[in-house]
Design a protein around this ligand. Sequence first.
Ligand SMILES: CC(C)(COP(=O)(O)OP(=O)(O)OC[C@H]1O[C@@H](n2cnc3c(N)ncnc32)[C@H](O)[C@@H]1O)[C@@H](O)C(=O)NCCC(=O)NCCS
Ligand SMILES: Nc1ncnc2c1ncn2[C@@H]1O[C@H](COP(=O)(O)OP(=O)(O)OP(=O)(O)O)[C@@H](O)[C@H]1O
Length: 206
Amino acid sequence: MGSLKVALVGGIGSGKSTVLNMFSEAGCGTISLDAIGHEVLESQDVLQALAEAFGPQVVRADGSADRAEIAKAAFDAPEHTELLNAITHPPILAELDRRMTEELLSRDIVMVEVTSGEISKRALPWADALVAVSAPEDLRIARACSRGSQNEQDIRRRMAHQPTDEERESVADFVVYNDGGLDEARRQVDSVMSQLKRRCQAQRFA
Ligand SMILES: CC(C)(COP(=O)(O)OP(=O)(O)OC[C@H]1O[C@@H](n2cnc3c(N)ncnc32)[C@H](O)[C@@H]1O)[C@@H](O)C(=O)NCCC(=O)NCCS
Ligand SMILES: Nc1ncnc2c1ncn2[C@@H]1O[C@H](COP(=O)(O)OP(=O)(O)OP(=O)(O)O)[C@@H](O)[C@H]1O
């Protein structure tokens, strides 16, 4: 049997985590790239490199990462974001590779939720296929607001830095339209799973 590494992308509030759970129930291995990104910030080597690049304020007195300070320093200019990426992405990709390999020992398909907004092949060199989750902007804002931690203005500001649904759909191999109920999303997930399994089969006989 072949194997597939699949990236799951979608805008804020589109329902990525909800859809990821459905893929897990349908038999996929699942990984959150965001969670790996946060774990990497616990590495002393990474913290030291960030402190050298952005200043000592990015490390708290207790030795942990100050994520708000890192974001402030790293997102104030594109070259600073590139510096952040140069420090954090190699260990993130190494850990992702390790986990995907581990998942693929017992599964044919591993689905990786990508929250950073990146959708280019260059940013996702490991992905064999891309699944996009789409939903109308108003619905996404309502869903994201309902979680209570961010207001509409914060959410719109983040959205402005992310690709649009149309941009994601134009590069995706599959699209889950999460604008109906959960049962409707699950039907689409099951259909995408069948097609991904067929791709695995085709690899096997290739
Ligand atoms: C800058 C950090 C410390 C901010 O952490 P915090 O918990 O406050 O926010 P969170 O991780 O939820 O990210 C918030 C938003 O910032 C944006 N963002 C995060 N990292 C990046 C990046 N490298 N480039 C562009 N936007 C980014 C995304 O839109 C994301 O939704 C953290 O995002 C980080 O370490 N980023 C670098 C690693 C990375 O690229 N992670 C993304 C997934 S691999
Ligand atoms: N089809 C649906 N029907 C009803 N509620 C939904 C549906 N899909 C998602 N939701 C709800 O919308 C909210 C946002 O969903 P989720 O957390 O999965 O989105 P996300 O894309 O992972 O968000 P973010 O990128 O902001 O972390 C959650 O409260 C979830 O329960």
